[in-house]
Design a protein around this ligand. Structure first.
Ligand SMILES: [Zn+2]
Length: 448
């Protein structure tokens, strides 16, 4: 098999140790690792290689399709599909994963990738918690760990702890080191996924430390395997598409409401990134021209008004102004301990302040969402992140009301609002999944 390991030698370790922000032009950031990745691909794919790779990807993304389904999807003849599948089976990439008889006759044999073809690491570097998982190529999780991120300790500490957690995961998983073929990382900041650079991390106290950090390169240098880095809301949406509520639909919107706010759009079964890769900044829609200053520099962005951080701040300000609230009791008077979980608990006990703040926040989200629903007419809107995970139907009912008032009737009636049922590792799972898609091509190249 040809090697596609990252070039470890090109950048000095100074990049990681410097206290100054690492500013690197885009062309340079698309560095040897990316070129190395390109170099493993044939310059021109033969027709038969194209067909084989297409089927391999379809088998990966469609969860146990039969030969007949593959023929329907590709428009190829049954005979041609059978011949290609046989070649993939002979090369050890594909297996027949199930067969049997139904009342209506013989059930077609379903196909799957061999689950142990490769393993990938998925990492979610979140504002509060960091998670590391290892999955096989099908996305089955074989190792998981979680630790507090402790952003306040600074970028150096956070990254060195995260890298240690990845080393530990690889060591403890008992998966041979050589079988780990890639690392996918989800990051909660603003990222350039193409160059693998964290552009900034708009959280109080973190603005300058995380400016232009070439995190993908750093992962590749540290671990010697291809890596990718992308936005955490996008990675959660990828997980929804393959393992969650987005599996059966091709057009859906995923919205994450946490300390920040992000969205991802799937159109025709594909993640829509936008021309420059910046699509989905739902949190930076202006909902009040004269509203509070947002971390992006604009006034009145949705994120500055309705993210968990904004709601926590609103409750804190209310209590400081003398409003009597159950929240104050629940945190024993320590207003720094207010969390979205506590606000929702107080709201469920009919606390007026908590109910009012949540109601206003959700109303703002609804107003912005109604515009997006009018624009995109999605089949489903899936909510992830702590606000809706904790608030569940209490918040969804209010949101449905606002959507019915604001969106055009047809789109409002058609759209389903749902809360993600994926585990808290969803972003890591999505990152691992995206990496496994990249790995698949390398595995295929290794067999031709
Ligand atoms: Zn903004």
């Amino acid at each position: 098999m040809r090697t596609y390991h990252a070039d470890r030698g090109k950048h000095s370790s100074r990049d990681r140790k410097t206290k100054e922000p690492v500013v690197r032009p885009r062309e340079t950031a698309l560095d040897s690792a990316a070129q190395n990745r390109q170099a493993t691909r044939p310059k021109v794919w033969s027709k038969s290689a194209q067909r084989e790779l297409t089927l391999l990807r379809l088998i990966h993304s469609n969860h146990n399709p039969s030969r007949i389904e593959l023929a329907k999807r590709t428009g190829a003849s049954a005979g041609s599909v059978t011949a290609i599948v046989q070649r993939l089976i002979t090369r050890g990439l594909v297996i027949e994963s199930g067969k049997g008889a139904t009342n209506s006759g013989r059930k077609p044999v379903s196909l799957s990738l061999r689950h142990d073809l490769a393993y990938v690491v998925g990492v979610d570097l979140g504002s509060f918690f960091s998670r590391v998982i290892i999955t096989d190529i099908l996305g089955n999780i074989c190792y998981r760990s979680e630790a507090e991120t402790i952003m306040a300790e600074g970028r150096e500490q956070v990254l060195s702890r995260t890298f240690r957690a990845i080393h530990t995961a690889i060591g403890q998983s008992q998966i041979p080191r050589s079988a780990i073929k890639g690392i996918g990382m989800a990051h909660s900041g603003v990222v350039d996924s193409q160059s693998g650079v964290v552009l900034c991390f708009p959280r109080p106290g973190q603005m300058t430390q995380w400016r232009n950090v070439p995190l993908r390169d750093m992962l590749e240098k540290e671990f010697g395997v291809p890596s990718l880095m992308d936005d955490s809301a996008r990675m959660m949406a990828v997980a929804e598409k393959h393992f969650g509520l987005g599996r059966q639909v091709s057009d859906f919107l995923f919205i994450e409401v946490g300390m920040g706010m992000g969205a991802s759009i799937f159109i025709d079964g594909r993640l829509y990134r936008g021309g420059g890769g910046g699509a989905g900044e739902f949190g930076h829609m202006t909902v009040n021209e004269n509203g509070p200053l947002c971390s992006c520099g604009n006034n009145g962005c949705l994120e500055a008004i309705a993210s968990c951080a904004a709601l926590i701040q609103a409750v804190r300000a209310g209590i400081q102004q003398g409003v009597n609230s159950k929240v104050n009791e629940l945190v024993d008077g320590d207003l720094n301990r207010i969390s979205i979980e506590i606000i929702i608990r107080a709201a469920k006990e009919n606390d007026t302040l908590a109910l009012r703040v949540l109601d206003e926040g959700v109303s703002h989200i609804g107003v912005a969402l109604a515009d997006v629903i009018n624009l995109l007419n999605p089949t489903i809107v899936i909510f992830g992140g702590p606000l809706f995970r904790e608030g569940q139907e209490l918040l969804l009912d209010r949101l449905r009301q606002v959507i019915r008032q604001r969106a055009l009737e047809k789109s409002a009636n058609e759209v389903q609002l749902k809360i993600s049922d994926l585990p808290s590792e969803a972003a890591a799972l999505g990152a691992a999944r995206l990496m496994s898609e990249e790995v698949l091509e390398h595995l295929y190249v290794g067999t031709i």
